[in-house]
Design a protein around this ligand. Structure first.
Ligand SMILES: [Fe+2]
Ligand SMILES: [Fe+2]
Length: 192
């Protein structure tokens, strides 16, 4: 059985500070709204949104160590930016904490930092909610929020992801190979 929202929220409160919990609750609400809008399972989206940052307060060293224990593949990109591992490590830990949780929920949590070459609609919903929840005020966030329900989920994700990539490039940050694979999957089908 999936953990009830309240149970998950209480457990999360023991792991994140107040600001982290506020962000998680906001992502949960936006993910549920996106799911409703695009005809997906809003309870799964709400739970994935709530729990996506389960490992956000762990240090880079802790994440690398835990990834090793959980046999999560660690690439050079992860060693350079271990913070990105807070997504896959969360998915693996939550599977043990809440054995009844849907695999689709865990996949969406696991893909919320560097993406996944096999993105599902739920993965896109959680990524968008994390990037565009109302407290996010980066350039373009407001415009993208106004497009919820106006354009397709895939188009909304593509625009949101393009903004994230643009930001990585402009700030000269490293781009994880999975992020590149995600982008190629999104645009791959189109002749250009
Ligand atoms: Fe996160
Ligand atoms: Fe987040």
């Amino acid at each position: 059985m999936m953990p009830p929202y309240d149970v998950a929220l209480t457990a999360l409160g023991a792991r994140l500070d107040e600001r982290g919990v506020r962000h998680s609750v906001s992502v949960a609400a936006m993910a549920a709204h996106l799911a409703d809008t695009y005809g997906l399972d809003s309870e799964a989206a709400r739970l994935a949104g709530l729990l996506h940052d389960w490992c956000k307060s762990m240090t880079g060293a802790e994440l690398l160590e835990r990834a090793g224990v959980l046999r999560i593949p660690v690439t050079d990109a992860d060693r350079a930016v271990p913070y990105l591992l807070h997504a896959p490590v969360a998915a693996a830990m939550l599977k043990r904490t809440f054995p009844g949780i849907d695999a689709a929920v865990l996949d969406a949590i696991g893909a919320h930092t560097y993406g996944s070459a096999t993105l599902t609609d739920l993965d896109m919903v959680v990524y968008i909610a994390d990037t565009l929840e109302p407290a996010r005020t980066h350039a373009g966030a407001g415009e993208l929020r106004e497009l919820v329900g106006v354009i397709s989920l895939e188009e909304l994700f593509t625009r949101t992801y393009a903004d994230s990539l643009r930001h990585l490039i402009e700030s000269r940050r490293r781009i994880h190979p999975e992020t590149v694979a995600t982008w190629n999957q999104i645009v791959g089908g189109e002749a250009r």
